[in-house]
Write a protein that binds this ligand. Structure first.
Ligand code: EAT
Length: 475
């Protein structure tokens, strides 16, 4: 019995140490699992990692009904209205005959994004309904068949790029318009159709890369159905095919399944694709939640509306709430993307332009804390978020909640000390921190009401052997 206990203890100790040096243990042999350990280290991925704030745009035929049909209001997400029993399929499938966004001015769109401080954007080239905003030669269900006739995507890519904003293409694998798409494959005929569908997908994606060679990546969606997730080999082949066509391309984890049907993370818990793409309308709470992976969160302004929805109901996020989410994401080493759903005529609703303006006004003053920022490695405090300027000793404090005392507690790791504190953008101004313990300080900011989160910049350094604050009580 005693021997057994010792053996068990040894085994546990061994397991524990191996878990620490290599947190993931490959126990399952996979051909189509993750092909990389850890994050990508190339320049394209480093750029993606520095962008931090993105603009998502959901635009398509669903903007025409805007969540309403025949005087009735659809309770779901407006871009899903085609699946509503009150909306006849043929009505939806004829909407393209009305798509004529005469007020679509891509330069204006790009300006809004620039004003907000977005460093990249993601556009729905094709949502679940299958309607293509570019004149694809592989289907007739495109903007070319609409009264507008012209390509939407090309001028958008050019306009955003001209303002220095990277463009990513959203592409839905679900395609309600294509006769060969199936959610599950029940008969040999379904399987045959789906193999044609895969060729169609490949052709469309290649077409997008050839037509719009400056795009930086794809944002895949609609990959949860059995037909897709049970064909991990194809998602693997497709990812490699696209990256070989366009070296440096960035593709999130949502594209991928392994050969056992595991999605995002393979059956050995390794992330597939270039970053974790599962943070939709939710964010990680703490650093441990993201397992060291690159990640991106996408967020709607109302609860769950992506495409234009005429009547927003429920809680509508304010600019300050969105700024806090952006800052939280950055502090946890991720990108944050805010969604907009323009109207069918090509204009934005005022609630959206207002938020772009307000977020942009904040970013003009405080953006230095966001771009190129990441996890600081300090204990989180209740006043807000630490963000480290990647690879440096500069750490920003984004203060969202000032305590009634007006004192912000800063507790640095052992042997790290504060060298300088200044308000962001005012390197000459000094705030003198109060040392209250070893590597522990109060920064006194008073408790006057503030209109928005504010940012302080800390320069940190290493303590000499003799430095330190008040003696620690022996207890
Ligand atoms: O329509 C949404 C939107 O494009 C978002 C990024 N993903 C799509 C989506 N489809 C869903 C199906 C079930 C549950 C949630 C979904 N979100």
């Amino acid at each position: 019995m005693k021997k057994y206990c010792i053996a068990a203890a040894l085994l546990l100790a061994q397991l524990h140490s191996s878990a620490q040096s290599n947190p993931i243990k490959d126990t399952i042999t996979l051909q189509h699992g993750a092909h990389r350990t850890g994050n990508r280290t190339d320049a394209d991925m480093a750029r993606w990692r520095s962008l931090r704030l993105g603009q998502f745009i959901h635009w398509g035929l669903y903007a025409i009904p805007g969540g309403e049909w025949n005087g009735k209001t659809y309770n779901g997400a407006a871009e899903w209205i085609r699946s509503w029993k009150e909306m006849p399929r043929c009505d939806y499938d004829n909407l393209y005959k009305q798509f004529n966004p005469v007020n679509y001015h891509p330069e204006q769109w790009a300006q809004y994004a620039k004003d907000m401080g977005a460093a990249y954007m993601i556009i729905t080239t094709k949502h679940h309904d299958g309607f293509c905003l570019w004149p694809s030669k592989y289907t007739r269900y495109t903007v070319a068949a609409s009264p507008y006739k012209k390509d939407i995507i090309g001028p958008m890519v050019d306009a955003y790029n001209k303002k220095g904003i990277d463009v990513y293409l959203y592409f839905s694998i679900i395609d309600w318009n294509h006769p060969d798409w199936h959610a599950s494959l029940k008969t040999p005929a379904d399987s045959l159709a789906y193999s044609r569908f895969k060729v169609f997908v490949k052709n469309q994606l290649k077409e997008l890369l050839v037509k719009y060679p400056t795009v930086k990546g794809f944002w895949f969606d609609g990959t949860w159905d059995d037909s897709w997730k049970n064909d991990g080999a194809f998602s693997d082949e497709l990812e490699q095919y696209l990256q070989q066509l366009h070296p440096g391309l960035i593709i999130g984890s949502r594209l991928r399944a392994d050969e056992k049907g595991a999605r995002h993370f393979d059956s050995n818990s390794r992330l597939m694709g270039d970053y974790e793409q599962g943070w939709e309308r939710k964010l990680p709470e703490k650093y441990a939640d993201i397992h060291g992976n690159d990640w991106e969160g996408v967020m709607t302004i109302p609860e769950n509306q992506w495409g234009y929805c005429a009547k927003w109901t429920g809680h509508i996020k304010s600019s300050d709430e969105l700024i806090e989410m952006l800052v939280k994401s950055t502090s946890l080493g991720g990108n944050f993307v805010i969604n907009f759903g323009p109207k069918a005529d090509g204009t934005f609703r005022p609630e959206e332009t207002q938020r772009m303006q307000e977020i942009g006004n904040w970013m003009k003053v405080n953006g230095a804390a966001v771009y190129g920022g990441g996890y600081a490695g300090f204990d989180k405090q209740d006043w807000g978020y630490y963000i480290r300027k990647n690879g440096s000793d500069s750490v920003y404090m984004v203060v969202c909640n000032v305590p009634v005392s007006g004192n912000l507690r800063v507790k640095l790791p052992p042997r790290v000390i504060l060298l300088k504190v200044s308000p962001v953008g005012q390197p000459e101004a000094r705030i003198t921190p109060e040392l209250i313990g070893r590597s522990e300080y109060f920064i006194q900011v008073g408790n006057a009401p503030r209109a928005a989160p504010f940012v302080l910049l800390l320069q940190t350094g290493n303590a000499g052997a003799e430095s330190g604050g008040a003696d620690k009580a022996r207890t």
